[in-house]
Design a protein around this ligand. Structure first.
Ligand code: FES
Length: 179
């Protein structure tokens, strides 16, 4: 019989790479090796199976990084102030214009404005941006200096596109399925 304690680090656990607002910058590089240790089992990865993400542990103003189909994905719980500031700046998005409201999904008809889910891959040349960094409070790609806002929209730098949004859906108010 499988040892429950050994099988316990499962899909849910690998998601919980907490990168809190304050610790994200320092953690950006350091936690990455942990990701591979906390991945779902190999067959799940190979199949690229959808994964469910429990959002409950991600407090307001926090974010996690997970890895899915070999790519990092950021799941960020925005504060009300972050949402408001992002929306106020909709008209200032010039590189890849997109309204903040188009970057969130709904559950049962209600927009889940507080949740931003994006691939953690810079749209310039694919480096992994640092969370809670850069001049717009979102992500900063140190490779060539791309600044993204808290909705993952490119605001300055060589990246040509906003951070891409993976295929995902809300299963409840506190759970999403990616893929
Ligand atoms: S890869 Fe991010 S700015 Fe070049």
């Amino acid at each position: 019989m499988a040892d429950q304690s050994m099988s316990e680090p499962n899909r849910r656990d690998f998601l919980l790479l907490a990168t809190g607002a304050a610790g994200a910058v320092a953690a950006g590089g350091a936690v990455w090796p942990l990701i591979s240790q906390m991945m779902p089992d190999a067959s799940t990865i190979a199949a690229g199976a959808p994964v469910e993400v429990d959002l409950a542990p991600i407090g307001e103003g926090k974010a996690i990084t997970l890895k899915w189909r070999g790519k990092p994905i950021f799941v960020r719980h925005r504060t009300k102030a972050e949402i408001e500031s992002s929306r106020k700046e909709d008209s200032l998005i010039t590189i890849d214009p997109e309204a903040d409201s188009k970057r969130v999904k709904s559950f049962e008809g209600k927009a889940q404005d507080q949740w931003i889910v994006v691939y953690g891959s810079c749209t310039h040349l694919g480096c992994v941006p640092t969370s809670f960094a850069g001049d717009f409070g979102g992500w900063y790609c140190p490779c060539h200096g791309s600044h993204y806002d808290n909705a993952g929209r490119i605001r300055r730098g060589p990246a040509p596109k906003n951070l891409f949004i993976p295929d995902y859906a809300f299963l409840s108010g506190s759970k999403i399925r990616i893929g």
